[in-house]
Design a protein around this ligand. Structure first.
Ligand code: TMP
Ligand code: ASP
Length: 246
């Protein structure tokens, strides 16, 4: 499918969404821009957009096959995918299998500690407020989602974890934690956004090597090599960058 991009609908920090001539479909373009700490830290990482597009496409397909409704329709080029248009819910749903990042800072838990059962957190997507953590009561007060919708997002988020953990483990990747965003379409809650090293913590299962955006957040270097390695483990050597990658 090759929908014609008609006009820009929305530009975020890492993606641009374009209308297509089908009102139910939009085109998502993955930028090479990286940001962290509410956009205070910025850089361009050549080839990141392609990696995130292809990694997300692969993981959305795995989830669809497992019965998780996602917005993914088709890859439409190295850096873009066609997705179903959703009415986005302004929440970030984080699932954590291992203590890391803000959980360690907030609760003083030891980094690397296994969390069983996994921890689910909700954040209100609002750049001006710095995406504050919220609970179900806050979500209702904000009018962001109904209680039944929150239940469904949490159920789907745990299901995503259940499906992706073994899939990634077979490819030598430990899924430490990840962030999801959902929307509404046809009366259902559908998984949207992306699932990539920008939005997940992936570690090498043997060595613990960091293979995600923490390399950028923490100035560890080797950012694009890590993203390419995740892509290579998911789809094989065909993932090597082509002429149009840059
Ligand atoms: P955190 O430990 O910084 O709260 O991050 C938890 C997970 O959520 C981690 O996999 C990175 C992801 N994440 C995003 O995708 N977007 C964000 O804005 C933040 C803060 C985290
Ligand atoms: N994506 C967020 C930002 O741009 C934060 C992060 O991923 O660390 O600020």
């Amino acid at each position: 499918m090759e929908p014609k991009a008609a006009g820009m609908l929305y530009e975020g920090k890492a993606k641009i969404v374009y209308a297509t001539d089908d009102p139910d479909l939009v085109l998502v373009f993955f930028k090479d821009d990286a940001t962290a700490f509410d956009g205070k830290k910025r850089a361009e990482i050549p080839d990141k957009g392609r990696c995130n597009n292809l990694i997300s496409a692969c993981l959305f397909e795995v989830l669809e096959q497992a019965g998780v409704p996602t917005h993914f329709v088709d890859v439409a080029g190295p850096r873009q995918m066609v997705v179903r248009r959703l009415e986005m819910i302004p929440l970030e749903v984080v699932v954590r299998n291992v203590a890391a990042g803000s959980l360690v800072r907030r609760l003083g838990l030891e980094e690397g500690r296994e969390l069983d059962p996994p921890v689910i957190e909700l954040y209100y997507k609002n750049d001006a407020l710095g995406d504050p953590m919220v609970n179900r009561h806050h979500v209702r007060a904000l009018g962001a989602a109904e209680p039944g919708e929150i239940d469904e997002m949490e159920r789907l988020a745990l299901r995503v974890n259940q499906v992706l953990r073994p899939f990634l483990a077979e490819r030598g990747l430990k899924l430490v934690d990840f962030k999801l965003e959902f929307g509404r379409a046809g009366g259902r809650i559908v998984l949207g956004d992306e699932i990539s090293p920008d939005t997940c913590r992936f570690r090498d299962i043997e060595t613990g090597e960091i293979l995600d955006k923490d390399r950028f957040r923490r100035d560890l270097g080797g950012v694009i090599d890590a993203y390419r390695e995740v892509l290579r483990r998911l789809v094989g050597d065909e993932a090597l960058p082509g002429d149009d990658a840059r």
